[in-house]
Design a protein around this ligand. Structure first.
Ligand code: ZN
Length: 509
């Protein structure tokens, strides 16, 4: 503390200039790229023990605006990274505020469940031609981590400030299911809305026979059926390169029965909440959380009807063939994926939006296909893998904590399956007591262990003891903040591997 005050004194008295400060920064636990001069003040981020603070020095309006503890005879302040200060930051440093991705070709969602991963993400994003969506959380994730959208966005803003990253980032209200959730995300300044229509898709309809489908289909008002039949029944749609989409009666009735509600719901949400905002917010439609894959014909009809209703979709996430389970590689027939992904891509191209790939963490087998077919225009979401890299760090630097977490995760696996469906086989995981400390990290390369650790994150973070104290949460945060360089290093390597397999171009090449 004394050191930082002495340094502050020197800065205020111009005994040290900005370059000198940058050179000395790391000796004082100051993040060198966070050093900024604005409105007559010098500002930077400083780490003390397990917490980061903003330090504002010299006079100027910012010294007044940021809340904090006065230092150096009121010529400086030490400020917590709270909501009020985050708002001031975004106002005076516009690059710390999220924005729509506009025409960016490759956009990657980098969900950061702990609020600690974005600095590492930015260190690798800097190298590649990619627009990052740093703040990306679903309502399910917020509930499981006990966080809110203010906190998620603030973590991203401070990370951007810390890294001095000025090329822009987005904030995705992910998998929102109701108007109230969309409203909440927009009020918090999120710049992307991912509308999850799963509550409007009755998956059981997919498994009915044609007779049963027809019976239910006839309950849809005749005027609506007539309109849709007019537009699609026995019609052919050519997407070029011998891709033709057509609808016979059976196929059409089934698609309409399954997706009409989705089309209506999306059109209403769009008209009420997105249309008034113009291009400032990106709009993604997600129909991926179903038990069956999205057929090419269904995708085309949904896109076509939405366009007719004036909905401007920026990206759409179909459910692809095969399995996109959390945090592990693609499971399924690669050739089939390639063929169907190409068809989905052609539809997206026809309507002018991007294909979005959800559960995109660790899908190394299909990354080259995604990169190649889309010619570098897509959205891909990752989240769980960033949590797993955090756990990998813990396996390397704090084995006692890792063992406690893993035992607990195994114990509570059945509870976690309520939130996520995975095909994990616990019996295939090597018993922990047979693994030496230095080999614990290899569990992070085992698909079964990965899935156990992936889906139990909420239970791990929320677990409290009899006194009401967190059992793991504080230990996890303290370890990751203490070893933040290690976490950055892991993320750079792991997300870097994603970018390489996707064949994303390096910047300035
Ligand atoms: Zn999804």
């Amino acid at each position: 503390m004394k050191d930082i005050l002495k340094l502050g004194e020197d800065i205020i008295e111009d005994k040290i200039d900005l370059n000198g400060l940058k050179l000395k920064a790391e000796d004082y636990n100051i993040y060198p790229k966070s050093i900024h001069e604005r409105e007559g003040s010098i500002l930077f981020l400083w780490k003390k023990d397990y917490e980061k603070f903003l330090i504002v020095l010299k006079g100027g309006s910012l010294l007044e605006l940021f809340q904090g503890e006065d230092i150096l005879s009121k010529r400086g302040k030490i400020c917590p990274l709270n909501q009020k200060n985050s708002e001031v930051l975004r106002r005076f440093f516009p690059f710390t505020a999220p924005k729509s991705y506009g025409n960016s070709n490759i956009t990657i969602g980098l969900g950061d469940r702990l609020g600690l991963a974005s600095p590492g993400h930015l260190k690798i994003v800097e190298e590649y031609e990619v627009f990052p969506i740093l703040a990306q959380q679903s309502i399910r994730e917020l509930n499981l981590t006990g966080r809110n959208y203010e906190d998620v966005l603030n973590s991203a803003s401070w990370a951007v400030f810390q890294e001095g990253y000025k090329s822009g980032f987005g904030a995705d209200g992910d998998h929102l299911k109701t108007a109230a959730e969309v409203k909440m995300a927009l009020e918090n300044g999120f710049t992307m809305i991912t509308l999850d229509c799963s509550e409007h898709i009755d998956s059981s309809l997919n498994y009915l026979n044609n007779k049963e489908i027809n019976k239910r289909y006839l309950k849809i008002p005749k005027s609506i059926r007539d309109g849709l039949e007019d537009r699609y029944l026995d019609k052919k749609f050519n997407l070029g390169e011998n891709i033709e989409i057509n609808y016979d009666r059976e196929k059409l009735e089934k698609i309409i029965l399954i997706y009409l509600d989705t089309i209506n719901f999306t059109s209403k949400i769009y008209a009420d909440w997105l249309a008034p905002l113009g291009d400032s917010v990106d709009f993604e439609l997600s129909i991926d959380e179903t038990t069956f894959k999205t057929s090419i014909e269904a995708h085309f009809l949904i896109a076509s009807e939405l366009k007719r209703n004036g909905v401007k979709v920026d990206s759409l996430a179909p459910r692809f063939c095969g399995k996109f389970e959390k945090g592990i590689d693609y499971i399924g027939d690669i050739e089939e994926f390639k063929r169907e992904f190409y068809h989905h891509f052609k539809i997206s191209q026809h309507f002018g939006y991007k294909i979005s790939v959800h559960s995109g963490s660790d899908k190394f087998k299909v990354f080259p296909i995604i990169g190649e077919i889309t010619q570098g225009k897509y959205h891909l979401k990752t989240a769980g893998t960033n949590w797993l890299e955090a756990i990998r760090v813990i396996a390397i630097v704090n084995q006692d904590l890792f063992r406690d977490i893993f035992d607990f995760a195994l114990e509570r696996l059945d509870d976690a399956r309520k939130y996520y469906s995975v095909s994990v086989d616990v019996d295939k995981i090597e018993p922990l007591n047979k693994i030496r400390d230095k080999d614990l990290k290899t569990l992070l390369d085992d698909d079964n262990a990965r899935q156990v650790l992936h889906i139990t994150y909420g239970l791990i973070l929320q677990e409290k003891d009899k006194q009401g104290d967190y059992v793991f949460k504080d230990r996890i945060y303290n370890t990751l903040i203490e070893f933040e360089d290690k976490y950055n290093e892991m993320l750079i390597a792991h997300i870097g591997k994603h970018f390489k397999e996707l064949n994303i171009k390096k910047r300035n090449q």
